[in-house]
Design a binder for this molecule. Structure first.
Ligand SMILES: Nc1ncnc2c1ncn2[C@@H]1O[C@H](COP(=O)(O)OP(=O)(O)O)[C@@H](O)[C@H]1O
Ligand SMILES: [Mg+2]
Length: 343
């Protein structure tokens, strides 16, 4: 459904400044797949999506979407895809049902078909009771469900969702995902989405493409990424106190180092942490070796890796932290861009 080669986008901001937003992305998405593109703010996720949805032209490289070239067949590509942009937004004063009908007409349905389709989507996304409300009066979660409905008016086989759940509370996030997953199952849709919520990428996607600084730095299942890149975390704490604990911690460090795959060993007071290949095997082994050497251990625990551990292993940075601290209002800038650079 999607195939890109060396997809690149430079934004010339001024005579002296060019932003290399996307720097040579190669990507393949097969029919029926659900792929999550994960990365911190500014990584190039939205720019990639806007190229794939023909909203902006690539600087170089190629992209085929739904079997068509985005540069040569932009109009046909648009008919085959749905796009729910980051903080999209339907018009404010329209009523919910009318907004859907108009969108259907824009996509070439006659009014009757558009009205029928609007009714279906209102039901499918739990919006029927809100059909006569003004869009501006919807809550964040309702509004996002409407955005998804708008992206589905023409029943596309391929749906792009740019941070569909950003800004929603956990309840509304779960609710939105429930709808998306059900629609996907019913209509056999291929979905490419972006998120900076690690838990979403982990639980929702069959494949996770990690993007950083405009490049793909990993592409695998969530489990595969965790297995290959992060390893388990091991935490061991020496008991006792005073001078004796210094020697105990030194021994513990040696014991931890001896575990298969041990790396990133660090000490904080009486606590030793490390990455190991298999914490389920390492925990009893550390406890046994410590007892044999007369070191009291008050805690020994293993933790399965998270996608944040994967990102940390790949980049040396925590995605959780960069996502939390770098949230900027890209929407205004994007709105300006659409006018300047629309294909
Ligand atoms: N129209 C634009 N002009 C200049 N720079 C832009 C424009 N759009 C995006 N960028 C820059 O490109 C980079 C990638 O942005 P974006 O694709 O929005 O990232 P993400 O969606 O991963 O947060 C950022 O550095 C951003 O500031
Ligand atoms: Mg974005």
């Amino acid at each position: 459904m999607i195939r890109t080669q060396g997809l690149t986008k430079d934004f010339v901001v001024s005579r002296t400044e060019t932003v290399h937003a996307v720097r040579g992305i190669d990507l393949e998405v097969a029919p029926g797949e659900l792929v999550a593109v994960l990365g911190p703010n500014g990584a190039g996720k939205t720019t990639t999506m806007r190229m794939l949805t023909t909203l902006i032209r690539p600087t170089s490289g190629t992209a085929e979407v739904a079997g068509l070239d985005v540069a040569q067949d932009a109009a046909s590509v648009r008919r085959r895809i749905g796009y729910v942009g980051q903080g999209n937004g339907a018009g404010h004063t329209q009523r919910v049902r009318d907004e859907l009908v108009v969108q259907g007409v824009v996509y070439g349905l006659d009014r009757r078909s558009a009205a029928r389709r609007a009714g279906e989507l209102l039901d499918a996304l739990d919006l029927a009771e809100l059909a006569r409300r003004k869009v501006a009066d919807l809550s964040g979660g309702q509004r996002r469900r409407l955005d998804v409905a708008l992206g589905l008016v023409h029943a596309p086989g391929l749906l792009f969702l740019d941070e569909p759940s950003t800004g929603l509370d956990p309840h509304n996030r779960a609710n939105l995902w429930e709808h998306i997953m059900r629609l996907r199952a019913e209509h056999d849709m291929t979905i490419m989405l972006t998120t900076h919520y690690l838990d979403e990428a982990d639980s929702m996607a069959e494949r996770v493409v990690v993007v950083d600084h405009g490049q793909v730095i990993a592409d695998d299942t969530a489990d595969g990424l965790k297995r290959d890149l992060a390893g388990d975390r091991l935490v061991v704490e020496a008991g006792g106190g005073g001078d004796r604990s210094v020697a105990a911690v030194e021994r513990l460090v040696r014991i931890v180092h001896a575990q298969p795959g041990a790396r990133d060993v660090s000490v904080d007071g009486v606590r030793v942490t490390a990455r190991v290949a298999d914490s389920a095997g390492a925990v009893p082994e550390v406890v046994r070796a410590a007892a044999a050497q007369g070191v009291a251990v008050v805690r020994a625990q293993g933790y399965a890796p998270t996608l944040d551990d994967v990102f940390l292993a790949l980049t040396g940075r925590s995605l959780r932290e960069s996502a939390a601290t770098q949230h900027t209002g890209t929407t205004d800038r994007e709105a300006g861009l659409a006018g300047e650079d629309a294909a």
